[in-house]
Design a protein. Structure first.
Length: 278
């Protein structure tokens, strides 16, 4: 179980930001992280990170392997709770509600903050049941007709309906890799989340499937806040409005994506973008 310690002086949003440059805060923030530290045993994986995730914003987390971007991403829906040695300090709020408060139930939290993983992981169920699973367990469907509508609408928004509407009872695991990933996205949006986390969602896909996922991210960004971890700077440049660069567990720079890739303010960011490190 993750042990959470809320640090003092959280109200001072500018505390200890000397290592981070750029646009850390958002005027219309949906998620707020303040002075977040993550430890695995005695090892510090995330070092005093503060950042806002804007409403209906697509933001990319980039940085070298092992820099902590995926670890930090998992803090947003408490996926690190599953790691016994993990300890978190700081504060993360969703709509100003502390998600690490003892009163918070992680099951509805993970409906509000959905996640799509690196490798497609459909359930060993039919395509229909993969999408219907979330609405069923969260009690979001009034009857079978309503559930049918949720499944159809979710598959349409994931760009998959036309490809699978004649085989909804077929196994989800029988789809191609790209289709499986879009099925997982449909499964995530079926419970009407506020935020979608994506941990390298295209790393296991071919270029054609990747292009479809990126087009989908563009469309979903009009409805949801999306945080995407990617090793591909080209992908970050294509899909995100804002980009955050991590290095050795520290948040080095945050800014508009175009500015990060053309006029970075921090020399470490410039070194990573230019290929000198990474």
């Amino acid at each position: 179980m993750v042990r959470v310690k809320t640090m003092v002086n959280i109200k001072d949003d500018f505390k200890n930001l000397d290592l981070t440059v750029g646009d850390v805060f958002s005027k219309d923030a949906r998620l707020k992280a303040r002075n977040v530290n993550v430890f695995y045993g005695i090892n510090k994986a995330i070092d005093n990170v503060t950042i806002d995730i804007g409403n209906k914003e697509v933001i990319s987390f980039i940085g070298p392997s092992g820099c902590g971007k995926s670890t930090f991403l998992r803090c947003f829906n408490r996926m690190n709770d599953t790691i016994d040695s993990c300890r978190i300090e700081g504060k993360i709020t969703l709509e100003d509600e502390n998600i690490y408060d003892d009163k918070i139930d992680v099951v509805p939290l993970r409906a509000r903050i959905g996640m799509v993983f690196q490798k497609p992981n459909p359930f060993p169920k039919s395509i229909y049941d993969n999408v219907a699973y979330g609405p069923r367990i969260h009690g979001l469907s009034e009857n079978k007709e309503h559930l049918d509508n949720i499944v159809e609408e979710s598959l349409k928004r994931a760009g998959l309906w036309e490809e699978v509407n004649d085989r909804l009872l077929s196994p989800g695991t029988g789809l191609s890799g790209g289709q499986q990933q879009r099925l997982c996205i449909a499964r995530a949006i079926a419970v009407s989340p506020e935020v979608i986390l994506m941990d390298e969602p295209c790393s296991a896909l071919d270029p054609i499937a990747t292009a479809k996922i990126e087009e989908l991210i563009h469309e979903l960004g009009n409805e949801y806040s999306i945080v995407i971890v990617t090793h591909s700077m080209q992908q970050a440049a294509r899909v995100s409005k804002r980009t955050a660069y991590f290095h050795l567990g520290k948040l080095i720079e945050v800014g508009k994506t175009k500015e990060i890739f053309t006029r970075p303010r921090h020399n470490q960011t410039e070194a990573y973008i230019s290929g000198k490190i990474g």
